[in-house]
Design a protein around this ligand. Structure first.
Ligand SMILES: [Zn+2]
Length: 117
């Protein structure tokens, strides 16, 4: 990818929760960036929800989230998809009022280095 990240947002909207199956989507935004797949381009599947700005790209071989280009000319990169370190902290939680009812004080939950039990 060529271009720089200009935003890093944790989106709690219902669509992003459905997309990720989690409390929020963690996406980096790079306006005006370009992406050039070095390998596996044929396996990139993009789902765009009609009538919304929501889309997600994933690998048709393993299901992993992948970067995608928006209609407005930005590249959206799921932060967890990167193999390289992310050199910035999230800018904000967004659509926070739409969060799941269990998404409150998650930082207080016990932190395990492995699986429970
Ligand atoms: Zn969202």
């Amino acid at each position: 990818m060529t271009g720089a990240f200009a935003g890093f947002f944790l989106c709690h909207c219902a669509r992003c929760r459905k997309d990720t199956g989690s409390a929020y989507a963690a996406n980096l935004f790079a306006p005006g960036a370009m992406i050039d797949w070095l390998a596996g381009k044929d396996g990139v599947t993009t789902f765009r929800l009609t009538g919304t700005r929501h889309q997600r790209a994933f690998c048709s071989a393993c299901g992993s989230a992948l970067p995608s280009a928006t209609e407005t000319g930005a590249i959206v990169v799921p932060a967890g998809s990167l193999d390289t370190p992310v050199d910035r902290r999230p800018d904000a939680h967004i659509c926070f009022a739409s969060r799941a009812e269990w998404d409150e004080h998650l930082e207080d939950a016990p932190k395990l280095d492995g699986l429970p039990g």
